[in-house]
Ligand binder design. Structure first.
Ligand code: F6P
Length: 547
């Protein structure tokens, strides 16, 4: 038998594509009474329904063979084993070790990392508890009421998203704030109204060199010094970083520095001490529940059979939509106001991981890689961009996320929320033919001519692909599960495309050029002749505007 390769399986999938597209999804449901059974998977209370995707049983079977041909399981095991899967940086990718409750060791280059992981977590949770219980006090002896995290990218999005998602588990007398942008408006607007004597800053930066974070940290330091004096700095700052020497140089007290390791990627670092603001917001117990949710998904990803393995299925559906159906974007629409930052979080997770044009060996990728991820909570999106999703010429597959039970919210509101979520999935799948549209308009009293005129405008193609993640409640454990599901989904895509999802060289060039331009922008007299004509023209005009 010839060797099966992903390329051979992609060709097989491509051969099935036209026949599948000739059939509507409602038709696929009509001809397969088992369709929902076949195309959903569960993990305790959490259900992943992908039966509204443009797939049939045959194509699904071939997709499962694609996972085999791409060695997804072997690559997954190598990641969990701590192999140096981040090949360009020669690092392991072991965010799973941070939420490993198995009691088993995790080895990186022969050394068990678990004792250190557990020690840092214990120290961090103790600090979080001390803040919550008023034992951490400012220079004037007052307990902290406001915690400001200063970080960007993975050192911001995770804790900011999660603190908002789990707001009902927070403590009324303690507020979490997040400053990320180098735009001075961000820190200025955040600090306005805060009392320096009761404010604790956490500087979160894996490298402790990121321009935005260091600039904001210096401004925060100046704010504390102006109000309370230089001596107050150790009382009002903590830091999270892998670069302990740089943190010490900034003046953060050794007891308030929480380390992590180079084998934790920025966008996977919510599980490390980067999660400190979340632990402060929700408390140690809820934070551990959050981590247990991630661990549960790790076990599921490693143990569940392929046809019931949710991250594997999410990854395969995504590859099908991207490579076979050619959809360039992926919408994530949480029907959950508190998951308002989840799409932004997933943007970094997915686009920084799989926005690559070369394979692990440096050769060009053989097919389109990561889709553009975007989204906003429902129902708000319905009154904004859903028009395009229903009737536009671009098709964007959607993931809906929704809880069966509200957290601290009215049950009637929640019934309406859930009904809207399910209705959108149904409408996008079902569509409405021209005849149906015409009949409805006639029934509403329009003339035959008017009904015919409006029919093209009021009809919907349908068969627009959506998946739904439905869970009992948005609690810490569920949030942990959701994040880990998407992490592994991204991993599955990368395994199939044979790319390294753990590096991010694409952000470097912009950083370099910004550093080069910063002094030129600041100095009204600097020579512009070495710059390209457009950049020079913009700077010249900016100088005019600044007078
Ligand atoms: O923008 C690139 C990036 O390196 C992200 O991957 C990372 O999450 C972010 O910057 C922040 O980096 P750091 O935690 O080192 O400040």
């Amino acid at each position: 038998m010839p060797e099966t390769t992903p390329a051979i399986i992609f060709a097989e999938l491509a051969a099935r594509r036209a026949a599948l597209l000739a059939r509507s999804v409602p038709d696929l449901f009509a001809s397969d009474p088992e369709r929902f059974e076949r195309f959903h998977a569960g993990l305790d209370d959490l259900l992943y329904d992908f039966s509204k995707q443009r797939l049939d049983a045959d194509a699904f079977a071939v997709l499962l063979r694609l996972a085999e041909a791409a060695n997804v399981a072997a690559k997954r095991d190598a990641m969990f084993r701590g192999e140096l899967v981040n090949t360009t940086e020669r690092r392991a990718a072991l965010h799973s070790a941070l939420r490993n409750f198995s009691g088993e060791p995790v080895l990186v280059e022969g050394a068990d990392v678990m004792p250190e992981v557990e020690a840092v977590r214990a120290k961090m949770l103790e600090f979080a508890t001390d803040i919550r219980e008023g034992r951490v006090r400012g220079a004037l002896g007052q307990p902290m009421t406001d915690v400001v995290n200063i970080g960007i990218g993975g050192s911001d999005l995770g804790p900011a998203m999660a603190a908002r998602a789990l707001a009902p588990f927070g403590q009324a007398n303690l507020r979490a704030h997040f400053v990320s942008n180098v735009d001075g408006a961000d820190i200025a607007d955040t600090l306005r109204g805060l009392d320096p004597a009761r404010t604790l800053f956490i500087i979160s930066s894996k490298t402790f060199t990121t321009q935005e974070t260091m600039t904001n940290a210096q401004s925060a330091r100046a704010w504390i010094v102006a109000a309370l004096g230089e001596g107050a700095v150790p009382d009002h700052f903590a830091a999270v970083s892998t670069q302990l020497d740089k943190v010490a140089a900034f003046g953060v007290d050794h007891d308030r520095v929480f380390g992590f390791w180079d084998w934790v990627g920025g966008r996977y670092s919510i599980w490390s001490s980067i999660g400190l603001p979340l632990a402060i917001a929700v408390g140690a117990e809820a934070y551990l529940e959050f981590q247990r949710g991630g661990y549960e998904v790790d076990r599921h990803f490693r143990e569940a059979p392929p046809e019931r393995n949710i991250p594997l299925l999410m990854g395969l559906v995504s590859v099908w939509n991207r490579n076979l159906l050619g959809y360039a974007s992926q919408a994530v629409i949480p029907y959950d106001q508190r998951l308002g930052r989840f799409p932004a979080y997933l943007q970094q997770l997915q686009m920084e991981s799989n926005g690559k044009s070369v394979r692990r060996d440096g050769a060009p990728v053989e097919r389109a890689s990561g889709a553009i991820v975007w989204g906003e909570p429902g129902t708000n999106g319905q009154h904004a961009f859903f028009q395009l999703l229903h009737q536009g010429t671009e098709i964007s597959p959607i993931d809906f996320l929704v809880a069966a039970v509200p957290t601290n919210a009215d049950a009637h509101h929640h019934d309406l929320l859930v009904a809207n979520c399910f209705a959108q999935g149904e409408a996008l799948m079902r569509g409405r033919s021209r005849n149906e549209a015409e009949a409805i308009t006639l029934k509403q009293g329009a003339s035959a001519a008017e009904a015919a005129r409006l029919a093209p405008h009021k009809s919907f193609s349908g068969s627009r692909p959506t998946s739904t993640l439905l869970y009992r409640q948005l609690d810490p454990k569920t949030l942990g599960r959701l994040i880990a599901l998407y992490e592994h989904k991204v991993f599955v895509e990368a395994a199939i495309w044979d790319i390294n999802p753990f590096d991010q060289w694409g952000v470097e060039l912009g950083k370099e050029l910004a550093s080069r331009l910063a002094p030129i922008v600041a100095d009204g007299q600097a020579d512009l002749s070495a710059l390209d004509r457009s950049t020079a023209g913009l700077i010249a005009h900016m100088r005019t505007l600044r007078g």
